[in-house]
Design a protein around this ligand. Structure first.
Ligand code: SF4
Length: 383
């Protein structure tokens, strides 16, 4: 596929690309990013009554050509972090350095040329495409906005992109409703690829798709990474998908990264109690591994990000919590015996081979009490 950034064929003057950086520098560096959303009350005289702590001091790096998987329960701040990195949300504090440039303080105008380097693929292939616009113009939007190509040149580039992602270029004039879910996500991938970005933030790109279609899209993303040297930040809650696509994995809980490691280290030797619980609750395809995996049930609900707990954010649900955990927040550090690069935020990390006990007994007892109670009492108790 010819470089879509080339404007020579279209006669349109392209914006200058940022100067390339030394190869050793990570493509993306996120430094202590904080994102809080104010909660206001009142219509005319608005006053702030609180704030949602969506992302709290996240730091990470993604080297060029690699995939960093980002996992955690729904509402843990993964998508907010993705939107902070791509500057769809302004940061409350912290820095996002893309290819050596701090983009967190750039104006909209300054940000424009850096946006070409990073694109997003969204979760919902149905909602993220305008149903009234033809596929050709949807995929060609970035080329038009960034003055990369117009007229026949743009159409040619869009049709080449459609071919690259496995769509029939003759369907250029069709509407999104004429495509299946998987094909619509291919349209989203083609749109993200149009400016030949270095970084693509994939925000749950397959979670709305059927399992068989998920595999096709994942294979497509892997092929494109090999072909174009793309770097991915891959957000998902399906751990099997993350294990398959990632080089490194970061686990988020209530807006913070609690563990980060190379994919093999994290899946074979998780150290944070939350990671252990998360892995034990996921579907495991290998029957031997599934049989030997001890299921850890966590007690309680995820605390509110409006009023997060003190100390370690996980202490209200952690089976290993000690008094210090509610007072002192653990730092993200390399634990004894771990490889460099495997960092965990925990005062009492799970030892390799340790069987962590969850709240199974409590949950079983609660279920037994519920089943034994007369119907009226059980319903009342459930409320
Ligand atoms: Fe559990 Fe304490 Fe570790 Fe937090 S610091 S995960 S509460 S053991």
């Amino acid at each position: 596929m010819p470089d879509p950034r080339s404007a020579a064929s279209s006669g349109v003057e392209a914006e200058p690309s940022p100067a390339p950086r030394p190869a050793a520098e990570p493509l993306l560096r996120v430094e202590n990013v904080v994102k809080r959303f104010p909660i206001s009350r009142g219509i005319i005289f608005k006053r702030q009554i609180g704030q949602v702590h969506a992302v709290e001091g996240v730091s990470l790096e993604v080297p060029r050509g690699e995939t960093l998987g980002l996992v955690g329960e729904t509402g843990c701040g993964k998508s907010t972090l993705a939107r902070c990195i791509t500057r769809l949300y302004p940061l409350t504090s912290g820095r996002v350095v893309l290819d050596g440039t701090d983009i967190s303080t750039l104006s909209r105008r300054q940000l424009r040329r850096h946006r070409r380097q990073m694109q997003m693929i969204f979760q919902d292939p149905y909602g993220s495409l305008n149903p009234r616009r033809r596929v050709g113009s949807i995929i060609g939007d970035p080329l038009a906005i960034h003055h990369v190509a117009d007229g026949a040149g743009r159409k040619r580039q869009v049709q080449e992109l459609m071919e690259v992602v496995g769509l029939n270029p003759e369907h250029y004039n069709r509407f999104p409703s004429e495509f299946s879910g998987g094909q619509r996500q291919r349209i989203g991938v083609a749109r993200a690829l149009a400016l030949r970005p270095s970084l693509i933030v994939c925000d749950e790109p397959v979670s709305a798709l059927d399992v068989s279609v998920q595999a096709q899209i994942i294979n497509l993303l892997e092929d494109l990474q090999g072909e174009f040297g793309l770097t991915y930040l891959f957000i998902a809650h399906d751990l099997a998908v993350v294990e398959h696509v990632s080089d490194r994995v970061a686990v988020m809980y209530l807006g913070k990264i609690v563990e980060m490691a190379a994919v093999r280290d994290l899946f074979s030797s998780p150290r944070h109690p939350y990671t252990v619980a998360l892995l034990s609750a996921s579907m495991i395809a290998d029957p031997d591994r599934a049989r030997s995996t001890h299921r850890v049930v966590l007690a309680g609900d995820v605390p509110s990000p409006i009023n997060p707990p003190s100390g370690c954010l996980f202490h209200t649900r952690c089976p290993k919590a000690q008094p210090i955990c509610s007072v002192e927040a653990p730092a993200l550090t390399v634990q004894a015996g771990d490889l460099a690069g495997h960092v965990t935020a925990c005062h009492f990390p799970v030892a390799p081979g340790e069987q962590m006990r969850g709240a199974e007994a409590e949950v079983r007892q609660a279920a037994a009490d519920f089943a034994a109670a007369p119907l009226g009492e059980a319903v009342e108790g459930a409320g």
